[in-house]
Design a protein. Structure first.
Length: 316
């Protein structure tokens, strides 16, 4: 009876030690949180970006993100302060470009989205550590770090995927939009009126959203040249940059814009056809190896009995 009790006690020691470490870690985190709130004594306020100011000025509803949640504001302000102190200029510039290409979701700045990514990292660290405690009955010091890095990287990768998808949608829509603008201008409309008509048909499409931003900049007093250049800076597409350069050159030379837009739309379709032919040619080469493997497997399946009998010497 005493030996059994000793065995139970020995088996319970690792879990008790892990539980004590977990309790100490939670207490330390609570103490640090209380200390931070007591020292700073205020809730953080996110930066008001120019894009957000323009959106609010034009009647759009304000955003509702984790920065505006009362329960998460102290934590998000702490993460935002940490993100601002991180000296990673190239990373922040890349984040800013990706945010703009993704349509400036929730008007995040690079620092704000880095803080959101770190929040994802904290969630990943908590999940991995919780699973480790439930399964292994112990506390790990490396799994939270792995979870934090994985969560932060997942947030940045998700944003990159969203931006790439949006850019692809814009690229697919460009030839048809250019044709519609050219037709409207051929019917007597100005460039601004034609763009406004196209945007009105489908205002939620990413390319029409960008064109609507161009119209808003023109209405606010910017020149058409500057508004189009800003469009080329927002959307990382080489075809769009060449189209805008052609439009600006046509304006300076006095060439009819409708003819230029038709030529650019035709050129985009031609480039798409050439790209499709290249992909088809590459696909025929790539499918050769799987086809050979399938053929070899079929041949082996058919002749396997004969081969096995020949190996065993039972063929004759």
């Amino acid at each position: 009876m005493d030996m059994a009790g000793c065995d139970i006690l020995v088996l319970a020691l690792p879990f008790s030690d892990g539980l004590l470490r977990l309790t100490a870690a939670v207490a330390l985190m609570a103490f640090v949180s209380v200390l931070v709130v007591a020292v700073f004594g205020q809730r953080g306020q996110a930066e008001m970006t120019p894009e957000r100011e323009v959106a609010l000025a034009t009647g759009h509803a304000d955003r509702h993100t984790v920065f505006e949640m009362a329960g998460l504001q102290p934590l998000m302000w702490l993460l935002l302060s940490l993100a601002r102190t991180i000296q990673a200029r190239q990373l922040k510039l890349k984040l800013r470009r990706i945010l703009v290409a993704a349509g400036s979701p929730n008007f995040y700045t690079a620092d704000e989205y880095l803080a959101v990514a770190m929040l994802w990292g904290l969630v990943g660290a908590a999940v991995l550590e919780g699973v480790n405690i439930l399964v292994a009955r112990s506390v790990s010091y490396t799994l939270p770090l792995v979870g934090f890095l994985a969560g932060t990287a997942a947030a940045i990768y998700w944003l990159h995927t969203r931006a790439a998808k949006r850019v692809r949608e814009i690229s697919r829509r460009m030839p048809y939009t250019l044709d519609l603008i050219a037709l409207a201008m051929g019917a007597g409309a100005t460039f601004t009126e034609a763009v406004r008509t196209v945007v009105h048909e489908d205002p939620d499409h990413p390319f029409n959203v960008e064109l609507n931003s161009v119209l808003a900049e023109i209405d606010l007093g910017n020149t058409r040249r500057d508004a189009l250049k800003n469009l080329a800076d927002r959307v990382p597409l080489e075809n769009l940059r060449s189209i805008i350069a052609a439009i600006i050159q046509a304006e300076s030379l006095g060439t009819p814009l409708s003819d230029v837009l038709k030529q650019q739309a035709t050129l985009l379709r031609l480039q798409r056809s050439v790209r499709a032919e290249k992909l088809a040619a590459a696909a025929s080469v790539r499918i050769l190896l799987p086809s050979l493997l399938i053929m070899m497997s079929v041949v082996l399946a058919v002749f396997a009995p004969i081969i096995i009998r020949a190996i065993r010497g039972e063929l004759y």
